[in-house]
Design a protein around this ligand. Sequence first.
Ligand code: IPE
Ligand code: IPE
Ligand code: MG
Length: 246
Amino acid sequence: MSLKDKIDKNKIPEHIAIIMDGNGRWAKQRGKMRIAGHNQGAKTLKDIIKIATELEIKYLTVYAFSTENWDRPAKEISGLLSLLVNSIDQEIENANKNGIKISVIGDISRFPKKVKSKIQNVVELTKNNKKLNVIIALSYSGRWEIVEASKKIAKDVKNNIIGFEDISEEKFSDYLDTSEIPDPELLIRTSGEKRISNFLLYQIAYTELYFTDVLWPDFSENELYKAILEYIGRERRFGKTSEQIK
Ligand code: IPE
Ligand code: IPE
Ligand code: MG
C-alpha cells in the first residue's frame, strides 16, 4: 500500500502551512550558489501545489520571504526577487487552468514598484479561482501582522466604526492579513530547524507542528503524505481530556 493510499481522504487538513526552509544548505551541499537552492525550491513548490490540488486541500500558506530576510546580502535578495517575478510570469496560466487562487500576506509596500505590481497583477488575475487557495507570505512576519491589526483596530475604535467592547479574539482575526482564511490545522517546517521564525503567530495557537530534516528542495510528494499521515494519527484535544474527545 502506498503512503498516498493510506491517507483517509476525510481527514486531510483543510489548511496546511509550510515554512519552506533549507534552500541555502541544499545548494551548499552541491557546491552551488544559494540561488540554485532557491530555484530548486521554487520547483518543489510547484510540485507541492499540484499535489495539494489533487488532495483537494483548500488552503496552502507558504512562507517565502520573511521581514527578517530583508537583512540578507543584497545579491541574494535581488536573486530572490527575480525568481519571484519569473515564477509569477510562468505560473499565471497554470493557476487559472487549475482553479488556483493566489493571494499574498505581508508588507508588500517594501517591494520595488515593478515587483509589487507583478504581485498585485497575479492576485487580481486569479481572484475568482475556487479550487485551491495558495497564500504566499512575502515580506511577512507574525509580529508585524499583529501590530498592524492592532493599529487598524485602534483607528476604527477612534473613528467609532467599532466599539471598544466589540474587540474579541474573533474580531481581532478579522483585522489580520489572513482574515478570510481559517487557521491551519498543520504546519510543516523543513530542514531540521525547530522554530517558528515569526510565521503566523496568532493563527497557529492550536496548529499541529511537523518538523522534518528534509531540505525544502528535496521535499517530495511522499514527504507531504508522511506529514499528513502523522497529522491524522494525532489526537487534537484543544485543552480537553482524551475521554472528552472520544
Ligand atoms: C529558505 O531557505 C528560503 C528563504 C528563507 C528565502 P534558506 O535560504 O533559509 O536556506 P538555509 O536555511 O540557509 O539552508
Ligand atoms: C524562515 O526561514 C523564513 C522562510 C522560510 C521564508 P529562515 O531561514 O529565514 O529562518 P531562520 O533565520 O533560520 O529562523
Ligand atoms: Mg533558512
